[in-house]
Design a protein around this ligand. Structure first.
Ligand SMILES: [Zn+2]
Ligand SMILES: [Zn+2]
Length: 299
């Protein structure tokens, strides 16, 4: 029995204890989404699925961190952890206190957001702004983390809105900022195909999935979005779709395949204009195609 070699404790990898994963879930709670206008109870189903997903993430590792945001047509807010201290959350017998807190705080703050904005409903959600807020939050955590610790961050957007090209520039700015900060953006489309957000997933090495069946949302969240990005390479996930890389023109905010690009500031236009509206560079009018004079026939 003495011959059994015990694993050398000095060789065990202690770095994994210093690794923390943060997931920022952005839930589109805009009641103007088509699926919520058709059947408002879908939101409850989505919130329950997201809370179960969030708790599964926290369960994977004691150090894991979580934030949940609600994205609306006029504002985006953190609903978990939320502002101030939550001392009124009582423990439920048989449930881990943190899970109870996630569920109660999320539902309470989401209800506040929904009741506060009951004015004119716009269809468009401020998803780009919500991602920007999430990136600011991540950046703050990165600055205040203890020295030597690693914080792996990702953002999960869950939305049923349609993609709006009017936020094209905001989207591109947040996608490239996320890429620079090594933040992965995952998108779970509930209702419609989202070409701009799909570009964001491609830029930041995230996953894009349009849920085939809303009833099974929790299964898709747990199967596709719960594993950490390094583990995903070993899993058989839905095959990536061909990314629609169309850009929106700066003049009409419409997605175009071929257009004019300002050679100074790289602004995109669907029609030729002699002055770039972004950087005011003056261009020469394109020369008309030269018409060859017909040769006179020699008689
Ligand atoms: Zn245009
Ligand atoms: Zn320009």
């Amino acid at each position: 029995m003495n011959n059994i070699v015990l694993p050398d404790e000095t060789q065990t990898d202690s770095s994994s204890d210093d690794e923390t994963s943060l997931v920022v879930v952005i839930l589109d709670s805009n009641p103007g989404q088509k699926m919520l206008r058709d059947s408002p109870h879908v939101l409850t189903h989505c919130v329950d699925s997201i809370i179960a997903f969030a708790n599964s993430h926290l369960m994977q590792k004691a150090q894991n961190k979580l934030a949940i945001m609600a994205c609306h047509s006029k504002t985006s807010q953190f609903i978990y952890p939320g502002q101030g201290k939550h001392t009124d959350v009582r423990q439920v017998d048989g449930q881990y206190e943190v899970f109870t807190a996630v569920e109660k705080i999320t539902k309470k703050n989401l209800a506040k957001v929904l009741t506060a904005d009951s004015s004119t409903v716009t269809k468009e959600s401020l998803l780009a702004g919500a991602i920007a807020m999430a990136l600011c939050y991540i950046s703050r955590l990165q600055r205040t983390k203890p020295p030597g610790a690693t914080l792996n961050c990702r953002i999960l957007v869950v939305t049923g809105s349609s993609c709006s090209a009017s936020q094209y520039m905001n989207y591109m700015n947040v996608f490239f900022t996320a890429q620079k900060q090594n933040v992965v953006i995952d998108v779970c489309a509930l209702d419609q195909h989202l070409s701009l957000l799909q570009q964001g997933c491609d830029i930041t090495n995230g996953l894009y999935l349009k849920v085939p069946q809303l009833q099974g949302l929790l299964q898709y969240l747990l199967w596709v979005f719960l594993p950490e990005p390094p583990i995903r390479e070993k899993l058989v996930l839905p095959p990536p779709l061909k990314v629609d890389y169309r850009a929106a023109c700066f003049c009409h905010r419409q997605l175009i395949e071929i257009g004019y690009v300002c050679s100074v500031c790289l602004s995109i236009f669907c029609r030729f204009s002699p002055i770039c509206t972004t950087c005011h560079t003056v261009f020469k009018m394109p020369a008309l195609p030269a018409v060859k004079p017909k040769k006179k026939k020699k008689i």
